[in-house]
Design a binder for this molecule. Structure first.
Ligand code: CO
Length: 325
């Protein structure tokens, strides 16, 4: 009874709400909301090199309206969605039946919000294969509830075997952090990258070429974010738990420092001995020394395995079902 009346009432309100005045006001608001303010122009520097920051404000008014025609933009999105649905169903008739089932990804990906770095695509993974968290400059900040919530869910519920931290060359966030310049709100976030510059200032300041220094900071930032992951109680507890479980083939999640170069499309793994790094600072962080069978020199904290399986490279590569990665 109330349902029918309520729907009618709401419909009435909606019709009356769309008055010419409201439409004009909404259009004006949306123009204002999308118009580049002076702050937006400054933040445009985060788009990275070659973004043409500032040039957008010089466009003619008609061109600007066309650019921000959100109705047209959305129509394109829905048309593309329909095409994608069609393509995926043509490739696999059960695709969406499988996608509707609970997710079981082996990977968590922490990457930059940069639009040029699509997580799934650069790893050749489809929907359902990677749990993604992205922010400016792929940071792992211990007080970031969003990151921690994603991490906890990925590690404790999804039980991902790998966490990839993917930095990328040309990162506007890292580049901005190298400048002695304030942008307002984002300064607090970029301060985390400046801290990394401070930790590694001797190495970075010795690099004369600015671009080379920028590229090195992208790498160091990625490595430091991996170390930040190792420092979380979430990761430590799961690695200890999986190591103690005789049914588990290796301690996980394993953490990998990767860097993507948008200009060539290549994703590479940084050669980092996390075990050595963590051992070096054990007196400061008191991290669990969890052996993890990893001897490729690329990842994993902890002392060498007491079971003598440290050198058994194949062993830690085995998955639960016995198949190899
Ligand atoms: Co970036």
């Amino acid at each position: 009874m109330t349902g029918g009346g309520g729907r009618k009432g709401r419909r009435k309100i909606r019709r009356s709400a769309i008055s010419p005045y409201t439409m004009r006001a909404a259009a004006s608001l949306s123009r204002r909301a999308f118009a580049p303010s002076s702050r937006c122009r400054t933040l445009a520097t985060l788009a990275g090199p070659g973004s043409g920051s500032g040039s957008g404000s010089e466009k003619a008014p008609t061109e600007k309206r066309k650019r921000f025609s959100y109705d047209e933009d959305l129509l394109k999105v829905f048309a593309a969605n329909k095409k994608w649905m069609k393509r995926m169903t043509a490739e696999d008739a059960d695709f969406f039946t499988k996608l509707g089932a609970p997710q079981t990804p082996d990977f968590m990906y922490i990457g930059c919000a940069d639009s040029r770095v699509p997580a799934n695509e650069i790893m050749g993974m489809g929907a359902g294969e990677v749990f993604v968290h992205r922010n400016v400059a792929n940071l792992v900040v211990s007080t970031d509830l969003s990151m921690l919530s994603c991490l906890q869910y990925a590690v404790e519920v999804l039980k991902v075997k790998h966490i990839v931290v993917a930095g990328h060359h040309g990162c506007g966030g890292v580049q901005q952090a190298m400048k002695n310049e304030s942008l307002g709100t984002i300064d607090a976030w970029l301060g985390n990258i400046r801290d990394i510059y401070r930790i590694h200032h001797a190495e970075l300041d010795a690099i004369e070429d600015e671009d080379a220094r920028f590229r090195r900071l992208v790498e160091l930032n990625t490595v430091e974010q991996c170390l930040n992951l190792y420092k979380t109680g979430i990761v430590q507890a799961q690695r200890l738990k999986s190591w103690s479980d005789p049914e588990e083939p290796f301690a996980y999640p394993r953490i990998h420092a990767l860097v993507f170069d948008p200009s060539v499309g290549e994703l590479t793994k940084l050669n980092v001995d996390f075990r050595a790094k963590i051992s070096r600072f054990q007196h400061i962080y008191d991290l669990h020394g969890v052996p993890d069978f990893e001897n490729d020199g690329h990842g994993g904290a902890g002392a060498p395995s007491e079971k003598g399986e440290k050198d058994d490279f194949q062993h830690f590569m085995l998955r639960k079902d016995g198949s190899k990665e």
